[in-house]
Design a protein around this ligand. Sequence first.
Ligand SMILES: Cc1ncc(COP(=O)(O)O)c(C=O)c1O
Length: 457
Amino acid sequence: MTLYLDHAATSPVRREVLEAMWPYLSTEFGNPSSHHSVGESASRALLWAREQIASIFECRPAEVIFTGGGTESNNLAIKGISLANPRGRHLVVSAIEHPSVLESCAYLARLHGFEVTEIGVDRDGLVHADDVAEALRPDTTLVSVIYAHNEVGTVQPVALIADVARSQGAAFHTDAVQAAGWLGLGRGGLPASAVTIAGHKLGAPKGVGALILRAGTPIEPLIHGGGQERGRRSGTENVAGAVGLATALTLAEADRAVAGARLSVVRDQFIEAVLATVPGARLTGHSVLRLPTSASFCFEGTSGEAVLLELEQLGVIVSSGSACAAGSSDPSTALTAMGITPMWRTRPCASPSATNRMLARWLRWRRQCALPSSACKKSAYLDRISRFQCRIVAVRQAGWGHGLNASVALARTQRGNRPVRSVRSPGLPRGRVDGDTHRRHGFCDGTRSRAVAVGPA
Ligand SMILES: Cc1ncc(COP(=O)(O)O)c(C=O)c1O
């Protein structure tokens, strides 16, 4: 059986998400801009999705701009905010941003005369607020620092950096594609001018995302046309995608604290196991300030591709480097920025239900390799592992089963103990209940703190 450990690259669509989306791909297929009942139904669903996301970001629905994914949101944020801001032509970004941020900056430098200052990171991949403060200039328009890193999982002190940027009058954008569903997104903890999220890292489909743009932040649209999304992103809205994104984010948020705590323990066990059993293994990224779902390693000696292939033969799917660099033989930009020069990378990301199995399988593999039947095999093995040089791992995307159970529990509670579908579409968002309610009704094991059931009106 295959064990998929690459959820940082993409995740499967959750069943509840698919169910919530289905009406808007079939019966409720209207164009939300149409002024008739079919269009209005789609428009109501879009509004529901906007409101749902706004409630998680503690912002107004009008501050949510639906896009075609993380790359587009990052492009819109970097180019749109920079081009609309008359303050100057200077940008500050970290050296470990996603290519959609770095390449947008390169575009602005090439075609619009912007200057870009890239802030270095320390060996753990951390950006220091002091370095950002030092780089700021009176003509700095925008600072952009990734919330949680897609390769090494390091979580940045974005609130601190946002304050530094704001104190100098610069806008602050963060790419929260990997952080969404695992870290706080509310305005209090994340005082950013703009935040990027993407559906397919959360259990929603590929090709849908959002840019949360705080009111008062000027932006120049990149896509012109019918003026949808208040003129900030033209094009008929992906209604089903927006509903899917809102549903996935709501489910992830409801389970975030419990799933995060549980997975952090598994992650730490996994890291410990790898470091203890694989000679020459080294953890990359911060040991504490990292996504609960992420672990990444360098191994002395061999290429990430070799490890990737070997693990695949054992049924374990991992990747080396970020998905957008797949196929490239260049060293990872992020690892290079962290001072890890050697030859890179392999990254597996696991679903929570699979995590323990993954650990067992990994350890079994290590044991098998370590117990060769002949001296010849042993030396071949030692030769192999001593040349490891890959970046492996990331235990990502907890709570799929978890979230599903939780929403079933709520639906039952509200329907007088009768089993019902976990997500009703169309239906109203049904609010939240706490763990005690669940326990009283005997629908959960008491480890969940709360749950939601979702679906647009
Ligand atoms: C941190 C980060 N930002 C942006 C993106 C791009 O998102 P999308 O694939 O939706 O374009 C990714 C995708 O891997 C990512 O990990």
